[in-house]
Every structure is written in structure tokens, then in C-alpha cells.
Design a protein around this ligand. Structure first.
Ligand SMILES: Nc1ncnc2c1ncn2[C@@H]1O[C@H](COP(=O)(O)OP(=O)(O)OP(=O)(O)O)[C@@H](O)[C@H]1O
Length: 351
């Protein structure tokens, strides 16, 4: 589905690159929450900010839409400095989703989703069409949910409405501050999966703050690991952050089970397999398709009696993986950058 508002006269890009150029924030009481952070986010990329409590994640996020004014540095959207433009106009180009959504309790779901289009003065028919489109996009039946009020929805459903509302005026950037943390783990996993599918359709530039490393690994095209003062410890793909922590801080932050996490984001490729040997047992080996995660391959292996797993492409054998080879994929500290299976799109600017 095309998420661009139909009949829109503006030809602005659907996703913008973000450049944080030595940004800093010193609060009036002297707290230096962020010191000279430089970070580039490509158009259409989903970047996760993660780090311990108080390291400045939310401050960074809110400086992008200027809910918090930076005290140093510049922020560029598609190369244009937004530290000078009217913050209200800026915020209409930037969707913002927070933990408890902040829906207006006395307005229907439709009215909530239509908030920004209404502010922008869209005609009623266009607003209505857009609300229908967006509720469908986030998996809520407009006929069933449009006329309800927020308290008549579950936490997960409210969170989806929050995402729909943030996307309403087709923003070029989406900022998300702990968007899935208020729901239980099962709902959270489902929302994350749906969100990745949605992102594959809308391809926004997204900056998402989380405390949850698994969420970061699952969602991020790249992860920015921050330490106190918004110091950038590492900025790389999930597989690289888990497989080759850049600093002792990152190594400790990603924890002892990073090997398992890395397996989950390391796909089985033609390069990782070993040649199929002509053993008589080859036909009896358990199989996984090319592109499956190393974690899934290990799971298949551990639940069989075989000592290796056959990797197939369209049911044809490509190679085999032994248990030790699979485990090595989880613990390798080499600098290779395996593509992450959760990368569901190519950033617009690298196409
Ligand atoms: N309005 C404020 N005035 C003074 N200090 C502040 C203000 N807001 C935040 N801080 C401080 O700035 C630092 C960064 O806060 P921030 O909320 O950005 O961190 P965070 O990484 O998002 O934390 P958390 O994960 O706990 O939400 C903290 O030390 C915090 O106490």
C-alpha cells in the first residue's frame, strides 16, 4: 500500500536523512546530558539508540524534533539545517511516538489519527481516506475501531494507533521513544514484527530509543550504543555490535549471551557453509533454507541426531554446517559484516 497521502500536492521526499553534527545539550542546571554527538542516519534507515539509563537517549531524540533545544551543534534533515526553522513546522514533518502513546482520551480513534492532517487543514474527505488507509496499515479494522475511544482498546492496539497517528501526515522522519515497552512481552514481539513489515512498506527514516537489547537487535538496521553524556561507543549493524564490540563498555553492555544473540542475526549464506561431502547420510540430514538464521540452524541441529545440517536453496543442497561451525558464527570477533536478516529494505539513498 502506498502510504503517501493521495492527492498530496507536496512533492517532498518521503524519508529524509538525518545528520547530527556535534550536537550537545547542557540543561539549565548545568547537567551536560549530551556532549558533541555526531551521527548520520540514512534516508529510510531504522536506527536504534541504546544505552544505560540516563545516558542521554531521550535527550538526543527530542533534540531532533526540537522538543529540546540543542545548546551546541547542528541538526540537518536532508542536508538542511533545522536548528533555525520554526519548530512547529518542523514537528509536522516528524512523527513522534512515545511509550504511553498520549492519545487524546475524549477523541475517537479516527479523530486521534487525524490530528496532524486536521492541523494542516486537509479537507474532510482526504482526512477520512487517510485515517482508513492508516488504520488498515497498522492492522486495525477502521469500521470496528474508528469510532471507539482510546480506553476501549488494548494497550497493543493503542500503541498501533500511536504509530498510525505519527504517520498521518506522511512525515519524513519518525522518532520513537520506548514505543513498545508498555505492553507485555508477547504483544511486544508481535508489535515489533508488525512494525518491521510496516516499515518495509513506508520506509521512513526512524530513530528508536529502547532499553531492550533484543528489541534493538531485532529492529535496527544499525544500533548506536551510547554511554553517559551521549558518548557514541559503537554505531554498526546488530551483527557487528554483537560479534565485534568496539569497546569494553559495549562488550559489557551486550553481555555474555551476545553469542546467542549474534546467531539470531547472522543468516546462513553461501559463504558460511562448507561443501557437501558425498557421504551416504547426506540425504538424511536435517535441512534449513539459505537465509535462515544461524540460531534457527542450530535449533534444527540440536533437535536431530545428525552432526551437521544441510543448507538448501529451493530444495537444492548448497552446503553443510557443522555444530562447531555454527557455534563459531556466534563467537567470531572478526570484522566481517554479515547482512542482518531483519534488514527488510534498502535505505533509499543507497539504492
Ligand atoms: N530537564 C532536565 N534538567 C536537568 N537534567 C536533565 C533534564 N532532563 C534530563 N536530564 C538529565 O540528563 C541526562 C540524560 O537524560 P535522558 O532522559 O536523555 O537519558 P535517557 O538515556 O533517555 O534515560 P532513560 O533511559 O532513563 O530514559 C540524565 O542525567 C538526566 O538526569
Amino acid at each position: 500500500m502506498d502510504a503517501t497521502p493521495r492527492g498530496s500536492a507536496d512533492d517532498e521526499a518521503r524519508a529524509a536523512s538525518i545528520s547530527l553534527d556535534s550536537i550537545g545539550k547542557r540543561y539549565p542546571d548545568g547537567t551536560e546530558a549530551v556532549r558533541e554527538l555526531t551521527l548520520e542516519v540514512a534516508a529510510g534507515e531504522l536506527v536504534v539508540l541504546i544505552g544505560p539509563s540516563g545516558c542521554g537517549k531521550s535527550t538526543v531524540l527530542r533534540m531532533v524534533n526540537r522538543l529540546i533545544e540543542p545548546t551546541a551543534g547542528r541538526i540537518l534533515l536532508d542536508g538542511a539545517d533545522v536548528t533555525r526553522v520554526d519548530p512547529v513546522r518542523l514537528r509536522r514533518r516528524i512523527g513522534y511516538v512515545i511509550q504511553n502513546v498520549g492519545l487524546f482520551p475524549h477523541q475517537t480513534i479516527s479523530a486521534n489519527v487525524a490530528t496532524v492532517p486536521q492541523l494542516l487543514g486537509w479537507p474532510r474527505d482526504r482526512r477520512r481516506q487517510r485515517v482508513t488507509e492508516l488504520l488498515e496499515l497498522v492492522g486495525l479494522d477502521p469500521a470496528q475501531f474508528g469510532a471507539r475511544y482510546p480506553h476501549e482498546l488494548s494497550g497493543g492496539q493503542r500503541q498501533r494507533v500511536g504509530v498510525a497517528r505519527a504517520l498521518a501526515a506522511d512525515p519524513v522522519v519518525l522518532l520513537m521513544d520506548e514505543p513498545f515497552s508498555a505492553v507485555d512481552p508477547i504483544v511486544r514481539t508481535r508489535l515489533q514484527e508488525e512494525f518491521l513489515r510496516l516499515q518495509a512498506e513506508v520506509r521512513k527514516t526512524i530513530v528508536l530509543v529502547t532499553h531492550d537489547l533484543d528489541e534493538a537487535v531485532r529492529l535496527g538496521d544499525r544500533i548506536a550504543v551510547l554511554s553517559e553524556g551521549g558518548r557514541l561507543e559503537q554505531y554498526d549493524t546488530p551483527a557487528a555490535v554483537l560479534g565485534a564490540p568496539a569497546t569494553p563498555f559495549v562488550r559489557e553492555f551486550v553481555g555474555a549471551d551476545r553469542g546467542i544473540r549474534r546467531l539470531a542475526v547472522t543468516p546462513v549464506t553461501r559463504e558460511t557453509v562448507e561443501p557437501v561431502s558425498a557421504t551416504p547420510t547426506a540425504a538424511d540430514l536435517p535441512t534449513v533454507p539459505l537465509g535462515a538464521s544461524a540460531y534457527d540452524a542450530l535449533g534444527v541441529l540440536l533437535t536431530s541426531t545428525a552432526d551437521r545440517v544441510m543448507v538448501t536453496d529451493q530444495e537444492q543442497p548448497v552446503g553443510v554446517l557443522t555444530r562447531s561451525r555454527l557455534l563459531a558464527l556466534g563467537h567470531s570477533d572478526d570484522q566481517s559484516r554479515p547482512p542482518t536478516p531483519n534488514r527488510v529494505f534498502t535505505p533509499a539513498d543507497s539504492r
